[in-house]
Design a protein around this ligand. Structure first.
Ligand code: FMN
Length: 318
Protein backbone atom coordinates (compact mmCIF):
# COMPACT_ATOMS: atom_id res chain seq x y z
CA UNK A 1 0.00 0.00 0.00
CA UNK A 2 1.65 3.19 -1.17
CA UNK A 3 0.72 6.36 0.68
CA UNK A 4 3.58 8.55 -0.54
CA UNK A 5 2.46 11.95 -1.78
CA UNK A 6 -1.18 10.97 -1.49
CA UNK A 7 -4.22 13.01 -0.50
CA UNK A 8 -6.39 10.94 1.81
CA UNK A 9 -10.01 11.51 2.77
CA UNK A 10 -10.29 11.42 6.58
CA UNK A 11 -12.81 9.12 8.23
CA UNK A 12 -15.77 11.20 9.44
CA UNK A 13 -18.43 9.24 11.34
CA UNK A 14 -21.91 9.75 9.90
CA UNK A 15 -20.52 11.48 6.80
CA UNK A 16 -17.91 9.58 4.79
CA UNK A 17 -20.14 6.76 3.56
CA UNK A 18 -19.65 4.97 0.24
CA UNK A 19 -21.51 7.65 -1.74
CA UNK A 20 -19.51 10.52 -0.30
CA UNK A 21 -16.20 8.72 -0.62
CA UNK A 22 -16.73 7.97 -4.31
CA UNK A 23 -17.46 11.65 -5.02
CA UNK A 24 -14.19 12.58 -3.28
CA UNK A 25 -12.25 9.87 -5.15
CA UNK A 26 -13.57 11.19 -8.46
CA UNK A 27 -12.46 14.67 -7.48
CA UNK A 28 -8.88 13.97 -6.52
CA UNK A 29 -8.74 12.06 -3.23
CA UNK A 30 -6.22 9.22 -3.76
CA UNK A 31 -7.17 7.04 -0.80
CA UNK A 32 -10.32 6.79 1.31
CA UNK A 33 -11.29 5.22 4.63
CA UNK A 34 -14.59 4.06 6.04
CA UNK A 35 -15.94 5.77 9.11
CA UNK A 36 -15.02 3.95 12.30
CA UNK A 37 -16.66 0.61 13.02
CA UNK A 38 -16.60 -1.18 16.36
CA UNK A 39 -14.48 -4.34 16.40
CA UNK A 40 -16.78 -5.83 19.02
CA UNK A 41 -19.82 -4.84 16.95
CA UNK A 42 -18.34 -6.50 13.89
CA UNK A 43 -17.99 -9.76 15.80
CA UNK A 44 -21.24 -9.63 17.83
CA UNK A 45 -23.61 -7.89 15.40
CA UNK A 46 -22.03 -8.35 12.00
CA UNK A 47 -25.12 -7.42 9.94
CA UNK A 48 -25.66 -4.16 11.80
CA UNK A 49 -21.99 -3.16 11.82
CA UNK A 50 -21.31 -4.05 8.19
CA UNK A 51 -23.51 -1.11 7.17
CA UNK A 52 -20.57 1.11 8.11
CA UNK A 53 -18.28 -0.96 5.92
CA UNK A 54 -20.24 -0.93 2.67
CA UNK A 55 -17.97 0.12 -0.22
CA UNK A 56 -17.70 -0.03 -4.01
CA UNK A 57 -14.81 -1.26 -6.13
CA UNK A 58 -14.38 2.20 -7.69
CA UNK A 59 -13.37 3.60 -4.31
CA UNK A 60 -10.12 1.63 -4.12
CA UNK A 61 -7.67 1.98 -2.52
CA UNK A 62 -9.84 1.91 0.57
CA UNK A 63 -9.12 1.19 4.23
CA UNK A 64 -11.56 0.02 6.89
CA UNK A 65 -11.26 1.84 10.19
CA UNK A 66 -11.99 -0.17 13.32
CA UNK A 67 -11.85 0.65 17.01
CA UNK A 68 -11.57 -1.50 20.09
CA UNK A 69 -9.59 -2.04 23.27
CA UNK A 70 -8.99 -5.78 23.08
CA UNK A 71 -6.16 -7.20 20.97
CA UNK A 72 -8.15 -10.41 20.47
CA UNK A 73 -11.23 -8.57 19.17
CA UNK A 74 -9.14 -6.27 16.99
CA UNK A 75 -7.29 -9.29 15.56
CA UNK A 76 -10.54 -11.04 14.68
CA UNK A 77 -12.12 -7.87 13.31
CA UNK A 78 -9.02 -7.15 11.22
CA UNK A 79 -9.28 -10.63 9.73
CA UNK A 80 -12.97 -9.99 8.98
CA UNK A 81 -12.39 -6.70 7.15
CA UNK A 82 -9.51 -8.27 5.27
CA UNK A 83 -11.89 -11.02 4.10
CA UNK A 84 -14.29 -8.27 2.97
CA UNK A 85 -11.63 -7.14 0.49
CA UNK A 86 -10.33 -3.94 2.04
CA UNK A 87 -6.87 -2.78 0.97
CA UNK A 88 -5.74 -1.91 4.48
CA UNK A 89 -7.07 -1.66 8.01
CA UNK A 90 -6.73 1.44 10.17
CA UNK A 91 -6.97 1.35 13.97
CA UNK A 92 -8.68 4.33 15.57
CA UNK A 93 -6.57 5.70 18.43
CA UNK A 94 -7.95 9.22 18.43
CA UNK A 95 -11.70 9.22 18.89
CA UNK A 96 -12.38 11.50 21.87
CA UNK A 97 -16.02 10.63 22.64
CA UNK A 98 -16.67 9.05 26.00
CA UNK A 99 -18.68 6.14 24.59
CA UNK A 100 -15.45 4.99 22.87
CA UNK A 101 -12.77 6.07 25.34
CA UNK A 102 -14.80 4.80 28.32
CA UNK A 103 -14.25 1.27 27.06
CA UNK A 104 -10.52 1.90 26.70
CA UNK A 105 -10.60 2.34 22.90
CA UNK A 106 -9.98 5.35 20.63
CA UNK A 107 -8.02 8.15 22.29
CA UNK A 108 -7.82 6.19 25.58
CA UNK A 109 -5.07 4.11 23.93
CA UNK A 110 -2.88 7.23 23.95
CA UNK A 111 -2.49 6.70 27.69
CA UNK A 112 -1.53 3.07 27.19
CA UNK A 113 1.22 2.70 24.57
CA UNK A 114 1.78 -0.94 25.54
CA UNK A 115 -1.81 -1.86 24.77
CA UNK A 116 -1.73 0.25 21.58
CA UNK A 117 1.25 -1.83 20.46
CA UNK A 118 -0.41 -5.15 21.32
CA UNK A 119 -3.53 -4.12 19.42
CA UNK A 120 -1.53 -3.33 16.29
CA UNK A 121 0.46 -6.54 16.65
CA UNK A 122 -2.77 -8.57 16.76
CA UNK A 123 -4.13 -6.78 13.69
CA UNK A 124 -0.87 -7.32 11.78
CA UNK A 125 -0.87 -10.99 12.72
CA UNK A 126 -4.42 -11.72 11.52
CA UNK A 127 -5.16 -9.15 8.80
CA UNK A 128 -2.75 -10.16 6.03
CA UNK A 129 -3.13 -6.60 4.68
CA UNK A 130 -1.28 -3.45 5.78
CA UNK A 131 -2.26 -2.07 9.18
CA UNK A 132 -2.18 1.65 9.96
CA UNK A 133 -3.11 3.66 13.06
CA UNK A 134 -4.63 7.10 13.48
CA UNK A 135 -3.56 8.86 16.65
CA UNK A 136 -3.79 12.21 18.41
CA UNK A 137 -1.02 14.02 20.30
CA UNK A 138 -2.07 12.62 23.65
CA UNK A 139 -4.98 12.15 25.99
CA UNK A 140 -4.46 15.58 27.49
CA UNK A 141 -4.18 14.77 31.17
CA UNK A 142 -0.47 13.95 30.92
CA UNK A 143 2.38 15.14 28.68
CA UNK A 144 1.84 14.32 25.02
CA UNK A 145 2.37 10.61 24.41
CA UNK A 146 2.37 10.47 20.63
CA UNK A 147 6.07 9.67 20.24
CA UNK A 148 5.85 6.76 22.65
CA UNK A 149 2.62 5.49 21.11
CA UNK A 150 4.05 5.82 17.61
CA UNK A 151 7.15 3.88 18.69
CA UNK A 152 5.04 1.02 20.04
CA UNK A 153 2.78 1.02 16.99
CA UNK A 154 5.63 1.01 14.44
CA UNK A 155 7.48 -1.60 16.49
CA UNK A 156 4.41 -3.81 16.16
CA UNK A 157 4.45 -3.62 12.40
CA UNK A 158 2.24 -0.68 11.42
CA UNK A 159 2.73 0.46 7.81
CA UNK A 160 1.88 4.11 8.52
CA UNK A 161 0.65 6.45 11.24
CA UNK A 162 -1.70 9.38 10.83
CA UNK A 163 -1.27 12.10 13.42
CA UNK A 164 -4.05 14.59 14.18
CA UNK A 165 -2.03 16.85 16.48
CA UNK A 166 -4.62 17.78 19.04
CA UNK A 167 -5.03 16.14 22.43
CA UNK A 168 -8.16 14.24 23.31
CA UNK A 169 -8.99 17.01 25.78
CA UNK A 170 -9.02 19.57 22.96
CA UNK A 171 -11.65 17.62 21.06
CA UNK A 172 -11.80 19.80 17.92
CA UNK A 173 -11.05 23.18 19.53
CA UNK A 174 -7.91 25.28 19.21
CA UNK A 175 -5.47 24.75 16.38
CA UNK A 176 -3.86 21.50 15.28
CA UNK A 177 -0.15 21.79 16.23
CA UNK A 178 1.61 20.75 13.03
CA UNK A 179 5.01 20.87 14.79
CA UNK A 180 4.10 17.49 16.34
CA UNK A 181 3.90 16.02 12.82
CA UNK A 182 7.40 17.35 12.10
CA UNK A 183 8.65 15.83 15.36
CA UNK A 184 7.18 12.44 14.47
CA UNK A 185 8.79 12.53 11.03
CA UNK A 186 12.15 13.40 12.62
CA UNK A 187 11.83 10.63 15.23
CA UNK A 188 10.82 8.01 12.65
CA UNK A 189 12.54 9.19 9.45
CA UNK A 190 12.11 6.01 7.44
CA UNK A 191 8.45 5.56 8.31
CA UNK A 192 5.30 6.76 6.60
CA UNK A 193 3.75 9.66 8.51
CA UNK A 194 0.41 11.06 7.38
CA UNK A 195 -0.35 14.59 8.57
CA UNK A 196 -3.89 15.63 9.45
CA UNK A 197 -5.68 18.58 11.00
CA UNK A 198 -6.88 21.99 9.80
CA UNK A 199 -5.82 21.48 6.18
CA UNK A 200 -8.42 23.85 4.78
CA UNK A 201 -7.23 25.95 1.86
CA UNK A 202 -6.03 24.59 -1.49
CA UNK A 203 -2.45 25.57 -0.60
CA UNK A 204 -2.56 24.02 2.90
CA UNK A 205 -1.73 20.44 1.83
CA UNK A 206 1.49 21.53 0.12
CA UNK A 207 2.28 23.78 3.10
CA UNK A 208 1.83 20.91 5.56
CA UNK A 209 4.22 18.75 3.54
CA UNK A 210 6.86 21.48 3.32
CA UNK A 211 6.55 22.51 6.98
CA UNK A 212 6.47 19.03 8.50
CA UNK A 213 8.06 16.66 5.98
CA UNK A 214 5.03 14.36 6.22
CA UNK A 215 4.58 11.77 3.48
CA UNK A 216 0.87 12.24 2.83
CA UNK A 217 -1.93 14.53 3.91
CA UNK A 218 -5.35 13.59 5.26
CA UNK A 219 -8.24 16.01 4.81
CA UNK A 220 -11.61 15.87 6.54
CA UNK A 221 -13.80 18.88 7.21
CA UNK A 222 -12.48 20.98 4.31
CA UNK A 223 -14.14 18.52 1.94
CA UNK A 224 -17.62 19.05 3.39
CA UNK A 225 -19.70 20.65 0.67
CA UNK A 226 -16.49 20.88 -1.33
CA UNK A 227 -15.23 17.51 -2.62
CA UNK A 228 -13.48 19.48 -5.37
CA UNK A 229 -10.99 20.72 -2.78
CA UNK A 230 -8.84 17.64 -3.45
CA UNK A 231 -8.27 18.68 -7.08
CA UNK A 232 -7.31 22.17 -5.96
CA UNK A 233 -4.93 20.79 -3.33
CA UNK A 234 -3.38 18.31 -5.73
CA UNK A 235 -2.59 20.99 -8.29
CA UNK A 236 -0.46 22.77 -5.69
CA UNK A 237 1.51 19.73 -4.56
CA UNK A 238 5.21 19.71 -5.53
CA UNK A 239 4.70 16.59 -7.65
CA UNK A 240 1.03 16.39 -8.52
CA UNK A 241 0.26 12.68 -8.36
CA UNK A 242 -2.80 10.73 -9.35
CA UNK A 243 -4.97 10.28 -12.42
CA UNK A 244 -3.74 12.45 -15.27
CA UNK A 245 -7.18 12.90 -16.73
CA UNK A 246 -8.53 15.12 -13.96
CA UNK A 247 -9.70 18.37 -15.51
CA UNK A 248 -7.84 21.41 -14.27
CA UNK A 249 -8.89 22.57 -10.83
CA UNK A 250 -10.61 25.76 -9.93
CA UNK A 251 -13.96 26.76 -8.61
CA UNK A 252 -16.46 24.37 -10.19
CA UNK A 253 -19.05 25.96 -12.46
CA UNK A 254 -22.64 26.16 -11.24
CA UNK A 255 -23.67 23.35 -13.56
CA UNK A 256 -20.85 21.05 -12.42
CA UNK A 257 -21.73 21.78 -8.80
CA UNK A 258 -25.44 21.19 -9.37
CA UNK A 259 -24.85 17.93 -11.24
CA UNK A 260 -22.69 16.54 -8.43
CA UNK A 261 -25.15 17.54 -5.70
CA UNK A 262 -28.04 15.96 -7.62
CA UNK A 263 -26.03 12.76 -8.09
CA UNK A 264 -25.12 12.75 -4.40
CA UNK A 265 -28.79 12.92 -3.38
CA UNK A 266 -30.00 10.47 -6.03
CA UNK A 267 -27.43 7.91 -4.96
CA UNK A 268 -28.32 8.39 -1.28
CA UNK A 269 -31.97 7.86 -2.21
CA UNK A 270 -31.13 4.74 -4.18
CA UNK A 271 -29.28 3.30 -1.19
CA UNK A 272 -31.50 4.43 1.67
CA UNK A 273 -34.77 5.83 0.31
CA UNK A 274 -36.17 8.95 2.04
CA UNK A 275 -33.86 8.38 5.02
CA UNK A 276 -30.98 9.04 2.61
CA UNK A 277 -32.64 12.29 1.53
CA UNK A 278 -32.96 13.39 5.16
CA UNK A 279 -29.24 12.70 5.55
CA UNK A 280 -28.68 15.01 2.58
CA UNK A 281 -29.94 18.01 4.58
CA UNK A 282 -26.59 18.49 6.30
CA UNK A 283 -24.76 18.10 2.98
CA UNK A 284 -27.05 20.70 1.38
CA UNK A 285 -26.18 23.10 4.20
CA UNK A 286 -22.47 22.49 3.54
CA UNK A 287 -22.82 22.78 -0.23
CA UNK A 288 -24.62 26.10 0.19
CA UNK A 289 -21.83 27.73 2.23
CA UNK A 290 -20.56 30.94 0.70
CA UNK A 291 -23.40 31.22 -1.81
CA UNK A 292 -25.62 34.32 -1.52
CA UNK A 293 -28.92 33.46 0.16
CA UNK A 294 -27.45 30.42 1.95
CA UNK A 295 -28.87 31.40 5.36
CA UNK A 296 -32.43 31.50 4.02
CA UNK A 297 -31.83 28.30 2.05
CA UNK A 298 -30.72 26.49 5.21
CA UNK A 299 -34.07 27.42 6.74
CA UNK A 300 -35.85 25.71 3.86
CA UNK A 301 -33.82 22.52 3.99
CA UNK A 302 -35.90 21.06 6.83
CA UNK A 303 -38.73 20.48 4.35
CA UNK A 304 -36.52 18.42 2.03
CA UNK A 305 -37.75 14.89 2.68
CA UNK A 306 -38.32 13.16 -0.66
CA UNK A 307 -36.35 12.84 -3.88
CA UNK A 308 -38.76 15.28 -5.55
CA UNK A 309 -38.41 17.98 -2.88
CA UNK A 310 -34.66 17.44 -2.89
CA UNK A 311 -34.40 17.90 -6.66
CA UNK A 312 -36.62 20.98 -6.57
CA UNK A 313 -34.51 22.58 -3.81
CA UNK A 314 -31.26 21.90 -5.68
CA UNK A 315 -32.60 23.19 -9.02
CA UNK A 316 -33.88 26.32 -7.34
CA UNK A 317 -30.81 27.20 -5.27
CA UNK A 318 -27.69 25.87 -7.00
C1 FMN B 1 -17.98 14.76 12.46
C2 FMN B 1 -16.63 14.11 12.60
C3 FMN B 1 -16.53 12.74 12.62
C4 FMN B 1 -15.29 12.11 12.77
N1 FMN B 1 -15.21 10.75 12.74
C5 FMN B 1 -14.00 10.15 12.83
C6 FMN B 1 -13.88 8.73 12.73
O1 FMN B 1 -14.86 7.99 12.56
N2 FMN B 1 -12.62 8.20 12.84
C7 FMN B 1 -11.50 8.98 13.01
O2 FMN B 1 -10.39 8.46 13.09
N3 FMN B 1 -11.59 10.32 13.08
C8 FMN B 1 -12.80 10.91 12.97
N4 FMN B 1 -12.87 12.28 13.00
C9 FMN B 1 -11.62 13.07 13.01
C10 FMN B 1 -11.17 13.38 11.57
O3 FMN B 1 -10.87 12.19 10.88
C11 FMN B 1 -9.95 14.30 11.55
O4 FMN B 1 -8.91 13.71 12.27
C12 FMN B 1 -10.23 15.68 12.14
O5 FMN B 1 -11.48 16.17 11.70
C13 FMN B 1 -9.12 16.68 11.79
O6 FMN B 1 -8.98 16.80 10.39
P1 FMN B 1 -9.65 18.02 9.55
O7 FMN B 1 -9.22 19.29 10.22
O8 FMN B 1 -9.12 17.86 8.16
O9 FMN B 1 -11.14 17.83 9.61
C14 FMN B 1 -14.11 12.90 12.88
C15 FMN B 1 -14.22 14.29 12.88
C16 FMN B 1 -15.44 14.91 12.73
C17 FMN B 1 -15.51 16.42 12.70
Amino acid sequence: MDFLGKLILAPLAGITDTTYRLLCRENGADVVLTEMASAKGLLMQPERTRRFLEYREEERPIGAQIFGASPEEIGEAAAAVSAMGFDFVDINMGCPVRKVTGGGAGAALLSNPGLAGRIVAAAVRYAGIPVTAKIRSGFGTEPATYIEVAGAVFESGAAAITLHPRTRGQMFSGDADWSHIAVLKREFPGRVIIGNGDVRLPEDAARMISETGCDAVMVGRASLGNPWVFRAMRSRLPVPAGPADLPSPGVPSASVRRALILRHGEEMHRRKGDAGIREMRKHLAWYSRGIPGAAAFRGEIVSVSTLETFRAAVERFF
